[in-house]
Design a protein around this ligand. Structure first.
Ligand code: URA
Length: 431
């Protein structure tokens, strides 16, 4: 088959057959189709979109590019995925919560994508921790401690592993069929029966409007249902970063505080809400599920699961209890309010791009990242502030990206005379 013909077909807005998608995607995964042709095809998909059936076919081709994990007799298997946000360290908290609630979490995660962070990059802030588990280890660990987390590999959704890295650096991330197939191929390959999706909406998300978010949620829920999975999606606000920290090590620190019951309210609320969705999908009463989920953050059970999980995947678990061990960049620079009033907005996209500029994410495929840099929101929207007071703190290592980060963050900060109306965190549910 002639690859340029397939690129041309999509460029002209036509619909691929499943066989054509196999030719392209499996050819790329094998290394027969080069990056430049795949980049052109991705851009054509970005500009032309995909039909519903075509998106479902692409998802299956990607899921079947490797093994489909059989979780067999494992009890209450559950998985979670976010469409990508800034400061979104939810998986680090929610997955041990679910394990502490007697669920079996068998999850496939990704790395940072564009201006958003990724669970694997965050966890690699802990020395030794690895996402490279073979299937037997993954299943045995899920059975033993109720929580195992892998990355894409040669065996598991390898097509997504390669496409994800290419999309990250070719401006082809924020595209409904590419996000839906990327996420759902991982969820289908890793095998869990119940899947909870956190669809981010707003300035720092790939879906800017609630309508676009609903469309993505619907597409993913339908793909999952068609494959026999129980899927629920929650649409949540991503105009402002979640919690106070953005950047890899800083986010793990905030996740650990939340697992100790000392996390910020928005982050804690979201983790509890997602746990409730997972339990309610299996028939549990919502009020009871909420109470049980919250308890795991106060009785040490979720933290204990996280510690066991880190150790099981090769990580130095002493980091969990001695957080001074984390390599946090030593430089500090603050962005201050230029007038008195209330913080009206802190643009999540600006924060994500600032972290990227500091070296916390990738601009080229496979690039090493700096886990220690990042941004702390000292104040969140709605809080009062005086002119000259610090609102945002940058953790940096000297020159790299500092000026760019300062400019982005100053542009993304707005202060108003009146307190802004509080925005709900959870915007809608789809199932
Ligand atoms: N998360 C993923 O795994 N894939 C995407 O495309 C976006 C977010």
């Amino acid at each position: 088959v002639n690859i340029p013909d397939l690129i041309r077909k999509k460029r002209d807005g036509e619909t691929h057959t499943k066989q054509e998608l196999e030719t392209l995607v499996l050819g790329y995964t094998r290394g027969d189709v080069p990056d430049y042709q795949m980049s052109a095809w991705l851009m054509a998909v970005f500009l032309r979109g995909m039909a519903e059936q075509e998106t479902a076919d692409l998802t299956m081709v990607m899921a079947e590019s490797g093994d489909l994990m059989n979780l067999g007799d494992l009890p209450r298997t559950v998985d979670k995925h976010s469409t990508g946000g800034v400061g979104d360290k939810t998986s680090l908290i929610l997955t041990p919560m679910l394990a502490a609630l007697g669920q079996t979490v068998a999850k496939m995660s990704g790395r940072g994508l564009a201006h958003t962070g990724g669970t694997i990059d965050k966890l690699e802030s802990i020395p030794g921790w690895t996402s490279e588990l073979d299937e037997d280890h993954f299943i045995a660990q899920a059975r033993e401690i109720g929580l195992a987390l892998v990355g894409q590999s040669r065996d598991l959704a390898p097509a997504d592993g390669k496409l994800y890295a290419l999309r990250d650096v070719t401006a082809t991330v924020d595209c409904l069929p590419l996000i839906a197939s990327s996420i759902m191929s991982k969820k289908l390959a890793s095998g869990a029966h119940t899947v909870v999706l956190d669809v981010k909406v707003g300035a720092g998300a790939f879906m800017r409007t609630l309508d676009a978010g609903r469309g993505l949620a619907r597409a993913m829920v339908d793909i999952g249902n068609r494959a026999g999975r129980q899927v629920r999606a929650v649409l949540t606000d991503m105009d402002t970063p979640l919690g106070h920290m953005a950047g890899n090590s800083l986010e793990v620190l905030e996740a650990l505080a939340t697992l100790r019951g000392e996390g910020p309210q928005d982050l804690t609320d979201l983790c509890v809400a997602l746990a409730v969705e997972a339990l309610a999908a299996q028939g549990e009463d919502e009020a009871q599920a909420r109470e049980r989920a919250l308890a795991t953050l106060h009785d040490g059970s979720a933290l204990a699961k996280f510690r066991a999980f880190v150790a099981a995947q090769g990580g130095d678990a002493t980091y969990v209890d001695d957080v001074t061990k984390f390599d946090v960049a030593p430089g500090r620079a603050d962005v201050t309010a230029t007038e008195s009033g209330f913080v009206a907005g802190i643009d999540a996209l600006s924060v994500g791009r600032a972290v990227l500029a500091l070296g916390g994410g990738r601009e080229r495929k496979g690039e090493a990242i700096d886990h220690g840099v990042g941004v702390e929101l000292l104040r969140k929207p709605g809080e009062a502030v005086q002119a000259g007071e610090s609102v945002i703190r940058i953790y940096h290592r000297g020159a790299r990206g500092l000026e760019v980060a300062q400019r982005l963050l100053a542009e993304g900060l707005s202060v108003s005379a009146q307190a802004p109306a509080p925005e709900p965190l959870i915007l809608d549910r789809v199932f």
